[in-house]
Design a protein. Structure first.
Ligand code: PEP
Ligand code: MG
Length: 607
């Protein structure tokens, strides 16, 4: 993250915030634009490293109650720890007894209690936030101490803080809905399910420390049209209170304390973007074909039901990827029932009929972790029990989904797709399992369709390498570049520190794509691509050159890709790709692509 605010005057550091001019207070932070759009609001900080802790401003009249709440929690914590201490006894586990004594002492220590009280009273905030603030401030000081004994007390302090927060969770707590006005959520990191919950709620923008463009959290931000900037290392320390701020998702900027002039400029920009979106909608009726009339199927990726409207509005030719795990993530910790699966699949089919709907079976695990489904903690969940591995390891969970899929297939062109396939054996194991499900439905006399096309995500390098073998086993491929790039280049798609190494145009990726596409073509099966690579109109050009004729992307990005491909011929696209395949580095490929695009003017969206 770089700071590019207006240059501070020489002595601005020493002057109080109030003394500084609005221009001096404004601070611009540069991160990674991960979800387009502009959000204007006030910051609410979320610390989810120890559960979700929000800073909730409280009215004056609630402060006494809040103080009582805090003291009640401290008392309860002392009692609980005291009981544990007694059970531990004197001589058994001496060390643990000592730690507990230290914790109980801290919970009585006026130095700690008074400080928390002062924050609640002085800042008029909830007890959780005051505890979090106080313990992290004290902890930083402990850390700097020379005395080893005192430095070691640091852990006690943090433990007591966490304990108090847990106790407070049992006492009526404050909700984000109490905050007035538009909220910009500032956080270290967000899980995909937090992003769903917050984005659907009152949050109008995200400013987060971690996250690359293809992380599931940022994919969700885009699905919910919530502007977001990621890779803002240190922003949670920078933003301490209800700072007014702007999130500029397109340019990857966050502006703290914007001046009136900046606010006005962004409001105008926001209106202009809304008007541009309407112009793009006009592409809905244009056919998706190249200049030489070769049709391209432009389909929609759907994560959440609210995106269905967009799929229609932007003229998607069906759903190329329904990430069904979000059905679970929304209901977490309960599993969706067979009827709930059926209902959503039928809705998808009805909405895009006569076009197809490709439903990907649960891709849980990895970062979309369903902890309660996993018996064990995984050291490295992205390489663990994820996708098809998890679903086959928990067949009872898969059974509900599969029954619903075969039942829904009786109502339209539904296709089943398996995530994270890395071997032919997995496909065969699935087919065996599916046979038992079909038999079950048959015996129960339940309406279903047994002739459902079966496809796989090609997103693990091993699958890419054996694409020719896999092509004999399935009806279609959908290339998942989000993971294929992550696993092939050994670059975590969520890690902002290596975001520049996440290179879709890396020669290794282009070669893999070519091999997968050729393998599908030779076996005469369908092949498409549903990773974020297809959603970037520049990169989509390369994909068409490599021979793809089906792309699936977030619905709102369809117009740009469609507009771009309408101005190009397949022969020039093929030539571009062939030439790029001879190059040695991603930079060289990028330059070639840029040179090509500069010579190929983009037609007007409404032409
Ligand atoms: C992919 O990996 O490219 C993909 C589309 O799946 P997901 O982003 O859900 O992992
Ligand atoms: Mg994937």
């Amino acid at each position: 993250m770089s700071d590019q605010g207006s240059p501070p005057s020489p002595n601005s550091e020493e002057r109080s915030t109030q003394e500084r001019s609005p221009e001096e207070r404004m601070l611009q932070l540069t991160g990674l634009g991960v979800s387009d759009g502009i959000a204007i609001g006030r910051a609410v900080c979320l610390d989810n490293r120890v559960g979700d802790i929000y800073r909730i401003p409280l009215p004056e009249e609630s402060i006494d109650d809040e103080l009582e709440r805090f003291h009640l929690a401290a008392k309860q914590a002392r009692q609980e720890l005291g009981e544990v201490r007694q059970k531990v006894g004197e001589d058994l586990a001496q060390e643990l007894g000592g730690i507990l004594d230290a914790h109980i002492l801290l919970l009585k220590d006026p130095a700690l209690l008074n400080r928390v009280e002062a924050v609640i009273r002085g800042e008029r905030v909830n007890a959780e936030w005051a505890i979090h603030r106080t313990t992290s401030e004290l902890s930083k000081r402990f850390d700097m101490m020379e005395d080893e004994y005192l430095r070691e007390r640091n852990q006690d302090l943090l433990d007591v803080g966490v304990y108090l927060l847990r106790v407070l969770q049992g006492i009526a707590h404050h909700e984000l809905s109490e905050v007035e006005g538009d909220i910009i959520l500032v956080a270290h990191d967000l899980t995909p399910s937090e992003a769903v919950r917050l984005g659907r709620g009152r949050v109008s923008g995200f400013a987060i420390e971690s996250g690359g463009r293809t992380s599931h959290t940022t994919i969700i931000a885009r699905s919910l049209k919530t502007p977001a900037v990621g890779g803002l290392e240190g922003i949670t320390d920078e933003v301490t209170d209800e700072d007014p701020m702007i999130v500029d998702g397109r340019n990857g900027l966050v502006i703290l304390h914007p001046t009136q002039e900046t606010l006005d400029r962004y409001r105008r920009e926001r209106e202009a973007q809304a008007r541009h979106e309407e112009v793009l909608m006009a592409t809905r009726h244009l056919s998706a074909e190249t200049l030489d009339h070769v049709p391209v199927e432009l389909m929609a990726n759907i994560d959440l039901p609210e995106e269905l409207e967009d799929a229609i509005a932007f003229g998607a030719a069906g759903i190329g990827l329904y990430r069904s795990e979000f059905l679970y993530i929304e209901k977490d910790p309960e599993m969706p029932t067979e009827e709930e699966h059926l209902e959503i699949y039928r809705r998808l089919l009805q909405t895009v009929s006569p076009h197809p709907v490709i439903v990907r079976t649960y891709d849980l695990g990895g970062r979309k972790l369903a902890r309660e489904l996993l018996a064990t903690e995984e050291q490295n969940p992205v390489l663990g029990l994820r996708g098809i591995r998890l679903t086959m390891a928990r067949p009872e969970m898969f059974r509900v989904q599969l029954r619903a899929l075969y039942r829904a297939a009786a109502h339209g062109d539904l296709r089943i797709m398996l995530p994270m396939i890395s071997s032919v054996g997995e496909v065969r194991a699935f087919r065996r399992y599916a046979t038992t499900i079909l038999q079950e439905l048959q015996e129960e006399g339940i309406e279903h369709n047994a002739e459902v096309p079966l496809g796989i995500m090609v997103e693990v390098p091993a699958a890419a390498q054996i694409a020719d073998l896999l092509a004999r086993e399935v009806d279609f491929f959908s290339i998942g570049t989000n993971d294929l790039i992550q696993y092939s280049l050994a670059v975590d798609r969520n890690n902002e520190h290596v975001a520049d190494l996440y290179q879709p145009l890396h020669p290794a990726i282009l070669r893999m794509l070519r091999f997968i596409i050729e393998s599908a073509q030779k076996a005469e099966i369908e092949v498409g691509l549903c990773g974020e690579m297809a959603a970037d109109a520049r990169l989509a050009v390369m994909l068409l050159g490599l021979g793809l004729r089906r792309l699936s992307i977030s619905p709102r990005l369809l117009p740009e890709v469609k507009t771009r491909l309408r101005g190009l011929t397949t022969s020039e696209l093929t030539h571009l790709a062939q030439q790029c395949l001879t190059l040695s580095t991603a930079d060289e490929v990028e330059s070639s692509l840029d040179a090509f695009l500069q010579g190929a003017p983009v037609p007007s969206p409404v032409a």
